[in-house]
Design a protein around this ligand. Sequence first.
Ligand code: ZN
Length: 259
Amino acid sequence: MSRTAVISDIHANYHALCAVMEDAFNVERCTEVVCLGDIVGYNAFPGACLDYIRQLECPVVKGNHDEEVANPSGAKMNPIARLAMEWTYDQLSDEQRRWLSRLQYQRIVRPYGATQNSFTIVHSTLDQPKAWSYIVNANDAAGSFTRQFSQLCFNGHSHVPKVYMWNGRAAAEDYDVLHNLVMEGYAEIQPVAGYKYCINVGSVGQPRDNDPRASYGVYDSDANLVIIKRVNYDIASAQAAIIEAKLPEYLAERLGKGC
Ligand code: ZN
């Protein structure tokens, strides 16, 4: 049996990461983990989150924040993100930054013990993984689908859970899944043969869909089922740590609003 926890955009939020992993291992009985990048940036525990992910020895792909901290390019970034980036740089060792710099942009993952049902992981898009473009509508998804050779692809980057389907000709968004997630904090996707899926599991450490709870996914390859769910965590402690670290106050505020 293989149940894989799919986690993305942790962004140095150690409280959220611990709550999600506790849920993944003890409630969802996950046996595997994949990480879709942006382990660091914005919040107060980049080193602890990085160490946590590394000790899992799981497949990880690189996010734009991981890349910028590992090899600062001075790329255009909003001023608050830039401040947090510079703070994060100082928190990490050369060795930790080197580890981030070596991450791949995309990977094919085969669930443990399975001979089929390999899936793809990427932080942004499969057609331009290094350009860090966002998939925010079906048109954006269509471009990525042209480069998707597995039935399922999991991505992150926008911090907003979304599900897109591709029938070989056109892409469409599955709004029902999102409706369930908003109403119940839980949604199931049962992939249908003949379709490809691009699934954004939302963000562990900085959700931006107006729900402050952490978001992550579970893929059960035997049951052919994907779950996206929300998990409560100690937001107040994560906010206090941001203030304590003298990171921009807005980063604490937004955690409370989920934006
Ligand atoms: Zn991110």
